[in-house]
Ligand binder design. Structure first.
Ligand code: ATP
Ligand code: 3PG
Length: 404
């Protein structure tokens, strides 16, 4: 049983709080979206109000990427959201970091620097080895407790996620608790259970499809987005050179064979698009599967109206729907229709769960709400939706008996 903030004697304790505020970054280096920061406000406010001294740990971006930046602007935004001063220190486990943490008063909060500025944090370790990294051995001596609220990163076994609970009593924060409550009991959600898999991460979606069909978790899979296009090609549909080239360029050509194997094994449970939308003379133009391929220069950018009608009918009988990935290129208004309508229809299902950080921001952008649960996690949510354990959760669970 994982311990939560309810089990933590907070008053005057110095608490390291791992959050996931990995966010889109604008060209000028500022935060382009604060949704992930907002998600952690409850945990951080509660700890500060209960008198903890809070040291926030987080990563941002990946080494070498455009979004690999300091957490300075995250700290400034957190100060606004928490309505209290939040300092930023440009160190994570050095003397400067320890001094900043030691000088906290009850209710104070400091954001330490991007954990991934240190190479070990971008490696995966087992928890014992992670506990011996510089990050953990450097910072743990000034912490009385460790709270993991970073559900969206819990599929990574990186030091700041799995190392601390080995050496400091570990607890789940409020985001982690809520996510585990919903996603940890997928098997108990009402049946029939439909998984709607779209977006562009084709290999991840095929992994999920295999796993949930094999385990009997899914009664039906609805395919959309690039995932749907790959399944159509696997089923022998000629989507034309533009869609095929796109799939090839994205490195997903081999996935067509995996999709074909899946169709052989579970074809009756996998629904494929019945039409697609392309851009013709600057307008949306829908083409039925039987009249494909499209003209040169036309790629399948969205599911069409017949597909939506078909999928809506299937959703009418569902007890649970689990959605991941947009149904089309939702960033372009012309092709946002499929995503908006499919997700809208899903809100009428008794239990509707959305996995995926990018999907969540798409829904905000499209103004669709009313789901039972929208996960803060992308990869982490996908892994839980297949009922697979997350390393950062497993270690909290393993250590909970030894918490003081
Ligand atoms: N038919 C299509 N052709 C090309 N791109 C598409 C198509 N359908 C969807 N996409 C693209 O897929 C992208 C989103 O896919 P992705 O798999 O990253 O979503 P996600 O699951 O929400 O991500 P995350 O798991 O990070 O939350 C969008 O940028 C969208 O434009
Ligand atoms: O955005 C995410 O999915 C998490 O923050 C994990 O980031 P990563 O995929 O770079 O490890």
């Amino acid at each position: 049983m994982i311990e939560t903030l309810d089990d933590l004697d907070v008053d005057g304790a110095t608490v390291g709080v791992r959050v996931d505020v990995n966010s889109p970054i604008a060209d000028d280096g500022s935060l382009a979206d604060d949704a992930r920061l907002r998600a952690h406000v409850d945990t951080l406010s509660e700890l500060c109000e209960r008198g903890a001294r809070v040291a926030v740990l987080a990563h941002q971006g990946r080494p070498g990427g455009d979004e690999f930046v300091s957490l300075e602007s995250h700290a400034a935004r957190l100060a606004e959201l928490l309505d209290r001063p939040v300092d930023h220190v440009d160190a994570t486990f050095s003397d400067a970091a320890r001094d900043a943490v030691r000088s906290l008063e009850d209710g104070d909060c400091v954001v330490l620097e991007n954990t991934r500025f240190y190479s070990e944090e971008y490696m995966e370790f087992d928890p014992d080895r992670a506990a011996r990294t510089h990050l953990v051995t450097g910072l743990a001596p000034v912490l009385d407790a460790y709270v993991n609220d970073a559900f969206a990163a819990a599929h990574r076994s990186q030091p700041s996620l799995v190392g601390f609970p080995r050496v400091v009593p570990g607890y789940a924060g409020r985001v982690m608790e809520a996510e585990l409550d919903v996603l940890g009991s997928i098997e108990e959600t009402p049946e029939p259970r439909i998984y709607a898999l779209g977006g562009a991460k084709v290999s991840d979606s095929i992994d999920v499809a295999w796993s949930v069909l094999e385990k009997g978790l899914a009664d039906q899979i609805l395919t959309t987005g690039v995932v749907g296009n790959v399944f159509l090609i696997a089923d022998g549909v000629d989507l034309g050179d533009d869609s095929s080239d796109f799939i090839y360029d994205q490195g997903y050509w081999d996935e067509i064979d995996r999709a074909a194997d899946l169709l052989d094994a579970y074809g009756e449970q996998i629904a494929l698009p019945r039409d697609v939308a392309v851009s013709r003379d600057g307008d949306r133009h829908e083409i039925g599967i039987n009249t494909l391929p499209p003209q040169d220069g036309e790629a399948a950018m969205d599911i069409g109206t017949s597909t939506l009608e078909y999928y809506r009918r299937l959703l009418e009988d569902a007890g649970t729907v689990i959605l991941n990935g947009p149904a089309g290129v939702f960033e372009d208004d012309t092709f946002a229709h499929g995503t908006r309508e499919l997700y809208e229809a899903a809100t009428a299902v008794p239990t509707s769960i959305v996995g995926g950080g990018d999907t969540a921001s798409a829904l905000r952008h499209l103004g669709v709400d009313g789901f039972t649960h929208i996960s803060t996690g992308g990869g982490a949510a996908l892994r839980m939706l297949t009922a697979e354990p997350l390393p950062a959760v497993t270690v909290l669970d393993d250590e909970s008996d030894t918490n003081g």
